[in-house]
Write a protein that binds this ligand. Structure first.
Ligand SMILES: [Zn+2]
Length: 183
């Protein structure tokens, strides 16, 4: 597969139910609109798998042990992913559209805006707690619905928040689409 494939998960799907329960337990104010399953282009899957094997050998463990399912909140600049999917629309080319960029090529280091000016390098951040990642989804309050990626992240140790510097260490697996009402 050369292009990313997106599939809307059925609400009866076990993966949908698990993610839905995890997400709404952490963020009770959120209502799930839909979950898209992401199948990245083969080239991107391959480089992730190669790194997983390499890292697991180095740490004398299995690839599953160092693979962590993490949340990554972000925004988009075109239109909401479900409408996009239904319209069979292409991913946009807008450099400001984090969603389409990630869906096309995976997470990129340079796209991460760095709040801490004294740090030279900024990696790819993710958290195992969707409530932590929510702030990044809500960055654009005019945006409805909101989105959050579920990534597989390679790291020798699990963590509440992980920062990785190798782009091949993360791969998008699902896209959560939701509404959020804080009042
Ligand atoms: Zn876009």
């Amino acid at each position: 597969m050369k292009q990313t494939k997106l599939t809307l998960l059925d609400t009866s799907d076990t993966i949908y139910q698990n993610l839905h329960s995890l997400f709404t337990t952490a963020i009770p104010e959120a209502t799930m609109t839909g979950i898209l399953k992401i199948e990245m282009p083969e080239k991107i899957i391959k480089r992730h798998q190669i790194l997983a094997v390499k890292m697991s050998k180095k740490h004398k463990t299995d690839p599953q042990i160092i693979t962590h399912s993490m949340f990554h909140g972000t925004t988009y600049n075109c239109y909401d992913p479900i409408t996009k999917l239904e319209a069979k629309a292409e991913l946009c080319e807008d450099k400001e559209c984090a969603m389409c960029g990630i869906l096309r090529k995976g997470n990129k280091k340079r796209k991460t805006k760095n709040r801490w000016w004294w740090r030279k390098k900024s990696g790819i951040w993710s958290s195992n707690d969707p409530a932590y990642s929510l702030n990044f989804s809500l960055k654009r309050h005019d945006q409805h619905p909101y989105i959050m990626f579920v990534l597989d992240v390679l790291s020798p140790l699990p963590g509440y928040a992980l920062e990785v510097f190798n782009e091949a260490a993360t791969i998008p697996k699902y896209l959560l689409i939701f509404e959020y009402n804080s009042s």
